[in-house]
Design a protein around this ligand. Structure first.
Ligand SMILES: Cc1cc2nc3c(=O)[nH]c(=O)nc-3n(C[C@H](O)[C@H](O)[C@H](O)COP(=O)(O)O)c2cc1C
Length: 330
């Protein structure tokens, strides 16, 4: 490492694990993350990731990994939905391991097999969790780190404030914790690191980037929305997720029916409905009525996002602001 790099790197347990300059993860986002985005993030010194389901058929996913590897030598990650209804998960895993992808992020299910097989080839596994129960299970299974998904995150959000969740998991589970939920700038990053996080897991901020392959309408909605416009609803795919209030979202019907209310009183039924709806939605074809194609998911950090920038600039701004916030703390 050169003297220059040494003075500007931000060292945490996460950046050490992957030999990264900045402990910032551009979070996997369904229908948002792209090869271009992953490569730009990696080249800017952070960790680029994408959901395996973004590329279908599976051969295209394999090509995407190969393309990333041909364009950057830096570490990157993929996200696998490890829920039973994801019929592609086995292939997603096999290909990721064959290609020696450095990081796998698991969400929505049991990461046991992923961890077991990944460790045979030196791939690290971070698991999405929203509370201590899942965090402990992931730790017992040998996870290399956790993603603490707090309330206010884009996509499927947790229910606990990141202010409580991050230090709680850091204290209870001795693993590096990446903080997810409404981090869009250097102040958010400084807050997460103060709470003990080893990485900032940032999604929504990168939707308003030059590299995000989403409609201009979506990017503009990110810029014009306020935290008050973010609605938490399970109506889109069965799991509570955060979305921008739009006509399309309201058309989904945001009120809970009496039948749903009764069913949701049973934890097992609620979980079963949620898992099957979520997997169906992620696997849905173009004819599905509501999906991440028709409604815009975003976290509560939207109110702080001011411009559509190249990802390298977003990362540089975050790092500079982080340093100045840190220096000015009372
Ligand atoms: C549009 C969108 C799609 C997402 N898709 C996925 C996904 O496919 N898999 C996943 O694990 N998380 C997904 N997430 C959650 C992110 O990985 C991350 O946890 C979240 O964006 C962090 O909160 P923030 O958006 O407030 O920064 C998605 C988030 C958004 C905004």
């Amino acid at each position: 490492m050169s003297a220059k790099t040494d003075t500007i790197a931000i060292r945490t347990a996460f950046s050490e694990q992957f030999n990264l300059k900045y402990p910032i993860i551009c979070a996997p986002m369904f229908l948002v993350s792209s090869v271009k985005m992953v490569v730009s993030v990696c080249e800017a010194g952070a960790m680029g990731t994408f959901p395996a389901l973004n590329y279908r058929p599976v051969e295209r996913y394999h090509e995407a990994i190969k393309e990333i590897k041909s364009l950057t030598g830096k570490p990157f990650g993929i996200n696998i939905i490890v829920q039973k209804s994801n019929k592609y998960q086995q292939r997603h895993l096999e290909i990721a391991l064959e290609e020696r992808v450095p990081l796998i992020i698991t969400s929505l299910g049991n990461p046991k097999e992923v961890i077991r097989l990944a460790h045979q080839v030196g791939t690290r596994v971070y698991c999405d969790v929203i509370g201590l129960e899942h965090a402990k299970k992931a730790a017992d299974l040998g996870a290399d780190g956790l993603i603490a998904v707090g309330c206010g995150a884009g996509g499927h959000a947790g229910e606990i404030s990141p202010f409580a969740l991050i230090p709680y998991l850091v204290r209870q589970v001795k693993l590096p914790v990446a903080a997810s939920g409404s981090i869009v700038d250097g102040a958010g990053m400084a807050a997460a690191f103060s709470l003990g996080a080893a990485a900032a897991y940032v999604g929504t901020r990168f939707i308003a980037s030059a590299e995000a392959e989403v409609s201009e309408e979506y990017k503009r909605a990110i810029l014009s929305s306020r935290p008050e416009d973010i609605v938490n609803t399970a109506k889109v795919d069965g799991f509570p997720g955060n979305f921008i209030r739009t006509k399309e979202l309201e058309a989904v019907g945001l009120e809970t029916s009496l039948g749903e209310e009764i069913l949701s009183r049973s934890k097992r039924i609620r979980r079963w409905i949620a898992l099957s709806r979520a997997a169906r939605s992620l696997l849905a074809d173009d004819k599905s009525k509501v999906s991440y194609k028709t409604v815009f998911s975003a976290g509560q950090g939207v109110g702080l996002i001011e411009g559509i920038l190249p990802v390298a600039e977003i990362i540089q701004n975050m790092v500079e602001e982080y340093r100045s916030v840190k220096a000015q703390l009372p």
